[in-house]
Design a protein around this ligand. Structure first.
Ligand SMILES: Nc1ncnc2c1ncn2[C@@H]1O[C@H](COP(=O)(O)OP(=O)(O)O)[C@@H](O)[C@H]1O
Ligand SMILES: [Mg+2]
Length: 263
């Protein structure tokens, strides 16, 4: 079967003044349905650039210098044909570090969800919007869905708000979800809950998840495989166990050595 996500030899550059900076260099990565891959690396290693290139959320000075990205066998990004804008939320759901980037603060949770549903399914009925919104909050393990639907984002705790943001990313039933440092702003206990939630979403819905984090320990808790990035390249990719217990690359060893409790 074709992979859900297939990134081949991807090179991405950014025009800065009169120079082309290489942001990503010859990146190869595959992801299957029902699989979680962690993108791990220090700040500035290119994780966000890679995550965003999949959904075409790149800045104007950024371009594809080589390689391609395919979603379920369909090329969505390449040098020759640039289909990026055609990747829709119903195909790829995105969760950001800051839930307020996903949620419109001026609208109640139910209006946020309704807007996304209407955008992807024009003509969807009011009753169906309510049913799907309630259903997705339940999938997010939110029990008092009625209260949460009727709340404004700022009235919710940080953890709850992030779970609503994840709900917003998956309510259109995308096959692929990309989460970029979406637990970084949360405290450790809330982080663990969000990680648990992602695991059950992947297991129950069979989506593929790209989980971006600078936290190797957190990635090893959640991910089936881990790709370690440094300076715009993937320096190592393997099962979470192999990467943690038998790192092949010096950079990965240094990342591991920096974890206080890791021996
Ligand atoms: N549009 C851009 N123009 C110029 N440089 C960029 C642009 N986007 C990202 N970069 C640079 O690319 C590198 C990788 O950034 P990023 O993908 O955000 O890393 P990470 O998410 O791992 O912290 C950084 O050095 C950053 O400054
Ligand atoms: Mg980043």
């Amino acid at each position: 079967m074709t992979a859900l996500l297939s990134i081949r030899d991807l090179t991405i550059t950014a025009r800065v003044r009169d120079d082309d900076l290489t942001l990503l260099e010859n990146v190869d990565l595959e992801l299957e349905r029902g699989e979680v891959i962690g993108l791990v690396g220090e700040s500035g290693s290119g994780k966000t650039t890679l995550a965003r290139s999949v959904i075409g959320l790149v800045e104007r000075n950024v371009s594809v210098a080589g390689g391609e990205i395919a979603l379920a066998g369909r090329t969505i990004v390449s040098t020759a044909h640039d289909d990026r804008r055609r990747v829709r939320g119903s195909e790829v759901g995105m969760v950001f570090q800051d839930a307020s980037r996903s949620l419109n603060p001026l609208m109640k949770v139910k209006a946020n969800l309704a807007e996304v549903l209407h955008r992807h399914e024009p003509g969807i009925s009011h009753a169906e919007v309510l049913r799907r919104s309630t259903e997705v909050l339940h999938q997010m393990r939110i029990e008092d869905a009625t209260r949460v639907l009727d709340a404004y984002p700022h009235q919710l705790s940080g953890g709850l708000r992030q779970r609503v943001a994840i709900g917003l990313a998956v309510v259109t039933k995308p096959a692929l979800v990309i989460a970029d440092e979406c637990t970084t702003a949360l405290d450790v206990t809330t982080q663990a809950k969000v990680v648990e939630l992602f695991r059950s979403l992947v297991d129950e819905l069979g989506v593929g998840l790209v989980f971006v984090t600078h936290d190797l320990m957190l990635a090893s808790d959640l991910c089936d495989r881990i790709a370690v990035m440094s300076k715009g390249r993937i320096v190592e990719v393997g099962t979470a166990e192999d990467v943690m217990d038998r790192p092949q690359d010096d950079y990965t060893r240094r990342l591991l050595a920096a974890i206080p409790s890791w021996t």
